[in-house]
Ligand binder design. Structure first.
Ligand code: ZN
Length: 289
């Protein structure tokens, strides 16, 4: 199953078609995407009975106005330094415990938004984002995956100067500006992915003149703490809630890890893609002079 948020309404997606869930189910399910997570298994079972392409209520995906597939997550948990190569480029040792911060939920945005630069050192971090369906505390490793609604694509945009200012540095403010947590375009259930633990993940910057430069090209099989382990470890402290997002960390190739360092400038477009899920696009626009 692939779910999307079309102008605030829970929808199913198949290939290039999209279907409104509340209308197609005659009200069995409500339109609010956040209400779906508590009934995820029921929704998945119903969706399996629907032929989206042939459904008279379906429409062209290209005409949809996609917003974040979990638009009001109760919690947005970020995990830092979770790829060995990225830890190395950051000049930091491999973590022995997950490095955890938050992106405040008001930073969540849809898959196709503008990002206004709040400073000169805004950086990209392509990330696999886990969306939680069934919440809980102290979730055993062996049961972790049954709590997952699916995966989506995310960008953990980060203003590096703000992220590292102060002693000790605090990550969460530099990662929580408006539209700094774009996600989408869809939530994909894990049964749709040939190997959900080995997904290609890339960031491409398209310059104002249309030239494309690949900045990140990794695989989620390089995660130090994998999806199941993150859920098990995080839930020893945090009660995970339906609709929560876990940003699982970024592969190498961020701007701060380059020599010389390289950050986003107005006029560029950031394209973040994960194989089997899709891509999100952010246009970078200038901030206040
Ligand atoms: Zn990150």
């Amino acid at each position: 199953m692939r779910t999307a948020n079309n102008a605030g309404r829970l929808s199913l997606v198949h290939d290039d078609r999209i279907l409104d869930v509340e209308r197609a189910s005659d009200g069995l399910f409500t339109a609010d995407p956040m209400q779906a997570f508590a009934r995820w298994d029921e929704l998945t079972a119903w969706a399996a009975t629907i032929d989206i392409d042939a459904h008279p209520g379906s429409s062209a995906l290209a005409d949809a106005a996609l917003d974040a597939p979990s638009p009001r997550p109760p919690q947005v948990i970020g995990v830092g330094l979770n790829y060995a190569d990225h830890a190395a480029e950051s000049g930091l040792p491999l973590p022995t415990e997950p490095v955890v911060f938050t992106k405040f939920p008001s930073s969540v945005a849809g898959p196709d938004v503008d990002v206004v630069l709040p400073g000169p050192t805004v950086d990209w971090e392509a990330e696999l984002v886990v969306v939680i369906a069934r919440g809980g505390r102290n979730i055993p490793l062996s049961e972790a995956r049954s709590h997952v609604a699916g995966f989506t694509v995310g960008q953990d945009l980060s203003e590096r100067t703000v992220q590292w200012q102060g002693e000790p540095a605090q990550f969460s403010m530099g990662k929580s500006f408006e539209n700094f947590a774009p996600i989408g375009p869809v939530i994909v259930t894990l049964d749709e992915l040939a190997d959900p633990d080995r997904l290609a993940i890339t960031t491409v910057i398209v310059s104002a003149d249309g030239a494309e430069t690949e900045m990140q090209n990794g695989s989620t099989d390089q995660l130090i703490f994998g999806v199941d382990e993150l859920i098990a470890r995080l839930s020893t402290t945090i009660e995970l809630l339906p609709g929560d997002l876990i940003f699982t960390g970024t592969p190498p190739g961020v701007g701060a890890g380059r020599n010389p360092k390289r950050f986003l400038v107005a006029g560029e477009t950031l394209v973040t893609e994960i194989g089997g899920i899709g891509h999100i696009r952010q246009r970078v626009v200038g901030g206040q002079p």
